[in-house]
Design a protein around this ligand. Structure first.
Ligand SMILES: [Cu+2]
Length: 379
């Protein structure tokens, strides 16, 4: 008599397998998501891939061998009429125990050699012509500061091709101090898969990532360590350009905005007065000096970026107007109570149309458009 309930659920197994195939299918294929670890485009990513591939083959070999033995045991010694239920046990077989201890130890020892040497190789401080960039992970955006060139930007950074780049990662902006700065309390992880490995940015610590891009193009990444509600949208991108284009970019970033924001210490007319006086955006942002970091992104050369708002939205006039009026509505799961300054009350950008302090008028669309046009006016 066969008891149906104890037979393996083939249907369930097949359904699960089919689901796994469909889900895994989303990982590859012709569609390019710009974040493919198997398509290295930089020295560090090549080294990691060259280590990963042989180790993966060895691991698959071990998997096939062990699962194969397991399946043989399961089928050969399964309970059948006329066969003994308690087959001969191998427990306590010393030569066998030694063999299956020594072989894995040898495999691990062999794998350790290239692994350890790659770890040291990736960590080695590059010398010669190096572009140094200080990267700060904030909730939920990345700030990029070029200490030699004296440039501060956000969401998107630019590096020259075939040139060594050294990132210094922090989860806190030392220039702003730590008191009341809530964004300092969480870990982020910097990862642009096609260029380099993943590196955590930990509060109170400094970590590094070195890479050299071997072709021009835009490479995408995103924060790889859960860092709060809007973590999933904390993106970044790097534009790898020719050496000459890089020099141009540096020059244009260093130049002040075409319309200086402050004239002799006084607010310039129009947008500038909205920004500095009516809405006091200057409490959190710098609009007219690309050298300095600020609590929110430095906006001096906002118009030179393709994306903004955690790198999650293309920089269009429409998006910018919406953002300036009510940024929290564009940040999924961001604290909807994000209020006015001081910054310590929230980690994101406040809304200027909702949850306003008593007596504050909501921002008009016209004001938002004036500000957006000012921001878009100069690259
Ligand atoms: Cu993060």
């Amino acid at each position: 008599m066969k008891d149906r309930s104890t037979r393996p659920g083939w249907r369930a197994t097949l359904t699960l397998l089919a689901a796994a195939v469909i889900v895994l299918g989303a990982c590859g294929g012709g569609r390019e998501n710009g974040q493919n670890v198997f398509k290295p485009n930089g020295t560090a990513a090549h080294k990691i891939n060259n280590l990963f591939t042989p180790v993966a083959f060895i691991a698959v070999g071990v998997l096939v061998f062990v699962v194969g033995l397991l399946l043989v045991a399961v089928f050969k010694f399964r309970e059948r009429p006329g066969h003994p239920t308690n087959v001969k046990q191998v427990h306590g077989n010393t030569p066998l125990e030694i063999t299956w201890t020594v072989i894995p130890a040898l495999i691990l020892a062999v794998i350790a050699v290239p692994t350890v040497s790659t770890i040291f190789d990736l960590a080695r401080k590059p010398t010669g012509n190096v572009v140094n960039i200080n990267v700060v992970g904030k909730q939920w955006w990345w700030q990029f500061e070029y200490p030699q060139e004296k440039i501060v930007t956000a969401d998107e950074f630019v590096v020259p091709v075939d040139t060594q780049v050294r990132l210094t990662l922090r989860a806190c902006d030392p220039t702003l101090g730590q008191s009341g700065y809530t964004a300092c309390s969480v870990i982020h992880s910097f990862w642009i898969p096609e260029l380099a490995g993943k590196q955590d940015a930990v509060p109170g610590r400094t970590s590094h990532l070195n890479f050299k891009a071997d072709k021009t193009g835009t490479f995408l990444g995103q924060c790889a360590q859960y860092c709060g509600l809007a973590h999933a949208r904390m993106r970044m991108r790097v534009k790898v350009v020719t050496v000459a284009e890089y020099a141009d970019w540096v020059r244009s970033q260093q130049a002040g905005p075409a319309q200086p924001f402050l004239v002799d210490g006084k607010a310039a007319p129009g947008a500038a007065s909205l920004i500095a006086n009516r809405y006091q955006c200057t409490n959190c942002h710098i609009f007219d000096d690309s050298k300095k970091p600020s609590y929110g992104p430095n906006l001096t050369h906002l118009a030179s970026r393709e994306v903004f708002a955690s790198g999650d939205y293309p920089l269009t006039r429409d998006n910018l107007v919406k953002w300036v009026m009510d940024a929290p509505s564009l940040v999924p799961m961001e604290s909807q109570k994000c209020l006015e300054p001081p910054p310590a009350t929230c980690v994101g950008m406040p809304s200027f149309t909702k949850h306003l302090p008593a007596g504050r008028q909501p921002m008009s669309k016209q004001d938002a458009e004036t500000i957006a046009d000012y921001l878009l006016a100069h690259k």
